[in-house]
Design a protein around this ligand. Structure first.
Ligand code: SF4
Length: 497
């Protein structure tokens, strides 16, 4: 398939990429700390709303209705944006979208742009396309800045640098900021406030110099032609208001019919993503609007590039189309046991985690090794479905895509044989099961073993020896409790053992 970029072409199949990632203990620790913190905060924020289930059902209904009548709402959106002084462009694929944006920037005579964090522009590889045309694109979202300065790839939808800890970020700032503009202040510690201040100073000069900005959008309102960006830092608002020309690249599934529909997503998106009741910055603009343009605030030219890039094909699949309801909150990533261990890079796409496992193979097709393996990158535990604010049944789509891969045969378009093998083979598993059976058949031995282990818990190894080593290469052994469950039960309930 040509024209579909999604960030990382020719990527190895998920099992191979994940195998490398799970061996990295620092990465696993960074991911575990970050995802557990966010998921716990989200659960508390969601529990505050008594009508969460109704909000979730309403979000699903609005998105389903819009997708069913997508042609009508897109035309309504185009008319509203045009009436408000904007220009609408239609891009069938990544190549066409990149060509449109590059030509628009060239027409301004500028050689650099600032960017609001945008999944759609990452999906089409816009930065690389602009670079090839001699145009520098500067990311202004803090996490995206870390990724760009570190010559890295995003690994999370909401927190693209989630795989980096503070010390790593400090080192990146020290080494790279000077190559892109204002250097990091010296000395620079890994204190979050110092890091944020370094980024603020570095970005401020870019905001004040930029004449062109490129953004995405979280939502587009068909009835008014309004685009909406949710963000936490205010950097997006700088991009959306300071430059003279604003170009927004947005997937066609981001449209909602009416302004009132935003009421639902203004409640569900912040709580699901950053666990906030309301995100700090919500910017809305309608074409050039009455106060925007040459005689008022904001840009004097606005272009909206509507991106298909596989979305119409996805819409044609009755089971798979629910993936287009996604509002990119990333809640499904933060609860996924596979994502927590493998990290985002293993998914070979700008869309990692459970949503990436169903979206990328639909936007790109299942012809490559990575896309044929993504539907298997899941335990089907269903945690992603439970937290999804638009009730996307990700396990259902995963199974559906597995069928598609199986029917398509195991050999990819490139002649690569796709094999999904268990990580440690069947022999070790059989041996472990035999040992477990032996112990469970002899409760006395099990009890004695538990007590011995509890007493000697300080000596418990962090890794298993022999064949078990492969298992602990990619996992932490659970710590041994001071008291076995049986002893706790006997103490609490007085049941003699
Ligand atoms: S699939 Fe649902 S939970 Fe995952 S990012 Fe999309 S909206 Fe959020």
């Amino acid at each position: 398939m040509t024209g579909v970029h999604l960030g990382m072409p020719a990527f190895p199949a998920f099992p191979g990429a994940a195998r490398e990632a799970v061996r990295d203990e620092v990465l696993r620790a960074n991911l575990r700390n970050a995802t557990h913190t966010i998921r716990d905060k989200r659960a508390r924020a969601v529990a505050e709303l008594a009508d969460w289930d109704r909000l979730r059902a309403a979000g699903k209904a609005v998105k389903d209705h819009t997708l069913r009548h997508l042609d009508r709402y897109l035309l309504q959106l185009e008319a509203a944006v045009t009436a408000a002084g904007g220009t609408v462009h239609w891009a069938a694929d990544a190549d066409e979208a990149n060509r449109i944006v590059t030509d628009l920037v060239r027409a301004t005579g500028e050689r650099e742009i600032v960017k609001v964090k945008s999944m759609a522009t990452q999906e089409i590889g816009l930065n690389e396309a602009l670079e090839a045309a001699g145009i520098a694109a500067y990311e202004t979202d803090l996490a995206e800045l870390i990724v760009q300065l570190g010559h890295d790839r995003p690994s999370h939808i909401l927190v693209p640098a989630i795989h980096r800890n503070r010390a790593e970020i400090r080192d990146i700032f020290r080494a790279e900021m000077g190559n892109w503009g204002r250097p990091a202040p010296e000395p620079l510690d890994d204190d979050p406030r110092e890091l944020a201040e370094a980024a603020r100073l570095h970005l401020r000069e870019k905001f004040l110099r930029a004449k062109v900005a490129v953004s995405g959008a979280n939502f587009m309102v068909a009835e008014t032609g309004t685009l909406v960006v949710f963000e936490s830092e205010g950097n997006g608002r700088m991009c959306l208001t300071l430059p003279e020309t604003l170009i927004s690249v947005v997937g066609i599934e981001k449209v909602v019919p009416t302004f009132r529909d935003l009421e639902i997503f203004l409640q569900t998106l912040p709580r699901s993503s950053t666990a906030e009741r309301m995100n700090p910055y919500t910017t809305m603009w309608t074409g050039l609007g009455p106060s925007r343009g040459a005689n008022g605030d904001g840009p004097s030219a606005f272009h909206l590039v509507l991106l298909d890039n596989g979305r119409t094909d996805t819409l044609a699949d009755e089971t798979g189309r629910q993936a287009l309801r996604c509002i990119r909150c990333s809640a499904c990533l933060n609860v996924c046991p596979v994502y927590e261990r493998a990290g985002g890079h293993a998914y070979g796409s700008v869309y990692p985690g459970p949503i990436g496992a169903i979206l990328s193979p639909q936007l790109r097709g299942t012809g490559s090794a990575i896309d044929a393996s993504l539907p298997y990158a899941s335990t089907l535990c269903g945690a992603c479905y439970e937290v999804c604010p638009v009730a996307i049944d990700i396990p259902e789509v995963l199974v559906h895509l597995r069928e598609r891969v199986a029917q398509g045969g195991p050999v990819t378009r490139d002649g690569i044989r796709v094999r999904i093998r268990p990580a440690h083979g069947h022999t070790a598993e059989r041996a472990a099961m035999r040992a477990a059976r032996l112990l469970l058949d002899h409760p006395g031995a099990l009890r004695a073993g538990e007590r011995l282990l509890a007493r000697a818990r300080r000596l418990a190894p962090r890794r298993l020896p022999g064949p078990g080593r492969a298992w602990t290469d990619s996992r932490e052994l659970p710590s041994v409790p001071a008291e076995s469950f049986r002893d706790w039960w006997a103490r609490e309930r007085g049941n003699p053992q």
